[in-house]
Design a protein around this ligand. Structure first.
Ligand SMILES: [Zn+2]
Length: 106
């Protein structure tokens, strides 16, 4: 929990891009995060391509973080949008499907 010491991250030439989970604020490899996008046409959804237009937010594949997505309005502020409870449930259901399909563990 208390690992918020300011550490300088050594610059490494790695190809895996890193993104920050909007819930736990941990930096992770992009492939360990799911992108949620607020798309003008499709609304708020999990964007597996990572290329959909709209404001995006990354949530890591940890079930704890998804619980917080459900219980808080972190996503609303991250996406600067009103994410209704139904939409959140859809996202969480989709996440759980993906966990099964892709063997994501969290
Ligand atoms: Zn997280």
């Amino acid at each position: 929990m208390a690992t918020s010491a300011k550490k300088k991250q050594p610059k490494r030439q790695k190809h895996a891009p890193q993104r920050t989970c909007v819930v736990c604020r941990e930096k992770k490899d992009k492939r360990d995060l799911l992108r949620i996008v607020n798309n003008a046409d499709d609304g708020v959804m999990i964007d597996l391509t990572g290329k959909k237009n709209g404001r995006g937010a990354y949530v890591c594949s940890s079930a704890t973080c998804w619980d917080k997505v459900k219980q808080t309005n972190i996503l609303d502020s991250a996406l600067k949008a009103q994410v209704g409870p139904d939409t959140k449930m859809n996202l969480i259901n989709r996440f759980q499907e993906l966990q099964k399909e892709m063997g994501i563990t969290g």
